[in-house]
Design a protein around this ligand. Sequence first.
Ligand SMILES: C=C(O[C@@H]1C=C(C(=O)O)C=C[C@H]1O)C(=O)O
Length: 379
Amino acid sequence: MSEKTTKELEKLREHIDSVDQQLLHLLRKRLDLVAQVGGVKHAAGVPIYAPQREASMLAKRREEAAKMNVSPQLIEDILRRLMRESYLNEKDVGFKQVKTDLGHVVIVGGQGKLGGLFAQMLSLSGYQVKSLDKDDWQQAEAIFDGAGMVIVTVPISITCELIRDKLTSLPSSCILADLTSIKEKPLDAMLSSHRGPVVGLHPMFGPDVGSLAKQVVVVCHGRGREQYEWLLEQIGIWGARLVEADAQQHDKAMQLVQAMRHFSSFVYGLNLYREAADIDNLLQFSSPIYRLELAMVGRLFAQSPELYADIIFAQQESLTAIGDYLDNYAQALELLKRGDRQGFIREFEAVAAWFGDFAPQFQRESRAMLQSVNDMKTG
Ligand SMILES: C=C(O[C@@H]1C=C(C(=O)O)C=C[C@H]1O)C(=O)O
C-alpha cells in the first residue's frame, strides 16, 4: 500500500472510530431510557414485551431508513437485537406479583436447571420459593406446610411415580403444576393424587434463555382453572406466550418435535464419531448451513445425556415416529442405489408442494440465521 493510501485510510478509520463511539453513547442512552420504561411498566404491572409498540416502531424506522438510503433490514436487525437487550435488563427491576396472598411456592426439583429458572422468575415477581430436591424428603412436611402452589420439575422417568407416591396429601386449596415435556400421564397422575387445582405446563425452551419474552409455554388444563388463572397471567407478564393444548395432541406432536428430532441429532453425532470425522477439518470446508447444522447437533452433546434420554424415552409411541423415519430413510436410499434421479426429483417435488408457503418462509428465516452464523466467523 502506498503511503498516501495508508494516510487516507487512517483518516477515514479515525472517523469511523468516532462514529462508533457516538453509537456507543447512543446505546447507553437508549439502555437508560428502556430501564426507565421498565420502571414505569413494573410499577403498573405491565409486561415489558410490547409487540404492538415494536411492530409500529419497526415499521416507522424502516420507512425512515429507506428515505435515507439505509437498508430497512439493517435498522430492523439492529433494533431487534437492542430489543432483546431490553428484555434481559428487565430482570433488574423484577416483575409485578399477580397473586399476593398465595403463601410460598415449592419447586420439587428446584435445583434442576429449569426448576432454577422458574424459582428465579417467581422470586423476581415477589413470591417466596422453597426448593425440594432428592435429599430433602425427610423435611418434606415442613417444606410443604403453608404452600400455595407446588411445581413438579423432576426427570420425566420419575415424574408420575413421584406425584403418585409423594403428593397425595396436599391441601385442596394448593395448586399442583408440573413442567414435564410430556403432558397426558403427569396430568392424570396429578388429577388422581390431588383434589385441588391442577395444571400441566410445558415450557418450550431450555433453561439457558436469558428472558422469557416471546418464548412459548404450553398449557394443558387440569381442573380449577379459576384458581390458577393468575399463574397464567404471571407467565404472560414474564413475556411468554401461552398456547393451550389438549394433552394427548401435545404428546403426539412431541414425538416429532422432540423425540424424533433429538434422536436424529443423536444419530448424526454418533455417525460423525464412528466415522472419526475431523471436526476442525470439516469446519474449514463448511458452508454457513453446515456450521449451523453442526452447531445444532453439537450443542446436544454439551448437555446432559440423562435429559435427552428422558425426552427420547418418554413415550413408547415415539418408537413408531422414529421407526417411520428410518423406513423413509431406507426407501430414499433405495432411490440412490438404483440411480433413480427422476424418482428423487419426483419425491422432492411432492415434499415441496406439501410444504407449500412454509418452504419460502423457512428459506427467508434461515437466510437471516445463516447470515448471523457468517457474522460470527473471525479470522
Ligand atoms: C422499551 C419498551 O419495552 C420493550 C422494548 C422495546 C425497545 O427496546 O424499544 C420496545 C417495546 C417493548 O417490547 C417500550 O415499550 O417502549
